[in-house]
Design a protein around this ligand. Structure first.
Ligand SMILES: NC(=O)c1ccc[n+]([C@@H]2O[C@H](COP(=O)([O-])OP(=O)(O)OC[C@H]3O[C@@H](n4cnc5c(N)ncnc54)[C@H](OP(=O)(O)O)[C@@H]3O)[C@@H](O)[C@H]2O)c1
Length: 312
């Protein structure tokens, strides 16, 4: 008898997360599609059932809610006994798109570059409270759910953790060379130091010192959250040698997070995370995938000004 492979996907009710669930289930994986909202999750399951996929079940999960996490952990312990794949997909962007038309006419996120920051003030807003929430969800809550499920990944023969990151987590967006070096130096970096860096960022964000101290100036909290998630991925890969822990940028996909702008569909965006979730046992760990290709955590980004949509 072939043993079932169990996967949990966070934020599985829509967008890339929903597609990850669909593609994993199509590959024969038993998927626990989680959503913080019961009815949105059940509707998603219904859609998959209509497509002929019966190997998906719903479980409520708000990654920011410790009691919700505890309930999911209990479900896995009592009903499944182990977990094989955890896909940390749930996230928030931490900005408000103030003028949707201008945002879309200007090329969506293509125009969201630090050199354009003064031109974007009427199009996107980044309130401090949203930035803080973004860091809590994308980094701290992702850490909490991961650490809560690691004991259940241990009994698996082929445990995998896939952190859905973003090209915005690339260290090229940071202007402080010392900080970049520190986040890149995985042998000396610690989780405590990541916490200190996040606290320092939030203090600067509140005090209006982002430019002074070399932080990203646009979608700042989101970029810091994903850079922290990338660093954490590497630390976890080092700590748990038996688990393949990787992060994947899905591509610029048309979803609610991007206000329905982007270059690819959610279906295409899910391909990288699914491929990394199904890596063979001799596959890499602690690496960053751009889609389905291994890439650098800190690239040299040469911005082609001609590709930037003109802003008036
Ligand atoms: N789309 C892109 O171009 C792009 C590019 C790079 C990286 N990504 C990454 O891809 C992943 C999926 O993004 P997406 O574009 O598919 O976004 P999306 O359509 O906005 O979906 C985000 C999902 O996360 C869920 N979520 C947010 N906070 C949560 C919480 N506290 N607990 C549980 N679920 C929560 C949302 O639930 P609700 O429906 O309840 O809000 C939703 O299911 C994210 O990690 C994102 O950073 C996306």
């Amino acid at each position: 008898m072939v043993a079932l492979i169990y996967a949990i996907v966070t934020g599985g009710n829509k967008g890339i997360g929903f597609e990850i669930c669909r593609q994993l289930a199509s590959n024969g994986v038993k998927v626990i599609l989680t959503s913080r909202n019961q009815s949105r999750g059940e509707e998603a399951i219904e859609k998959l059932n209509v497509c002929g996929l019966s190997n998906v079940v719903f479980h409520q999960l708000d990654i920011n809610d410790p009691s919700s996490i505890a309930c999911l952990v209990k479900f896995v312990q009592t009903q499944l006994g182990k977990l094989d794949i955890l896909i940390n997909n749930a996230a928030e962007i931490g900005i408000i798109i103030h003028d949707d038309k201008e945002f879309k006419d200007g090329g969506g996120f293509v125009q969201v570059l630090d050199e354009n920051v003064h031109l974007l003030t009427n199009i996107i807003k980044e309130p401090y409270e949203l930035g803080e929430k973004c860091l809590n969800t994308n980094y701290y809550a992702t850490k909490t759910i991961t650490e809560s499920l690691i004991p259940l990944l241990q009994p698996s023969k082929s445990p995998r953790i896939v952190n859905v990151t973003s090209t915005y987590g690339d260290l090229c967006w940071f202007h402080n060379e010392t900080l970049k070096e520190e986040l890149q130096s995985i042998d000396s970096l610690t989780e405590e130091r990541i916490d200190e860096i996040i606290r320092w960022f939030l203090t600067d964000f509140k005090a209006g010192k982002l430019q002074k101290n070399g932080w990203p100036l646009t979608t700042s909290a989101y970029k810091v959250s994903k850079a922290a998630l990338n660093a954490y991925t590497r630390l976890m890969a080092r700590k748990y040698e038996n688990i393949l822990v990787n992060c994947v940028h899905p591509g610029y996909a048309i979803t609610d997070m991007t206000s329905q702008t982007g270059f690819i569909t959610a279906e295409e965006g899910a391909k990288g995370p699914v491929m990394v979730a199904l890596l063979p046992d001799n596959g890499p760990s602690g690496v960053y995938f751009d889609g389905t290709q291994i890439a650098s955590f800190s690239s040299t980004r040469l911005v082609d000004k001609k590709q930037i949509a003109p802003l008036s």
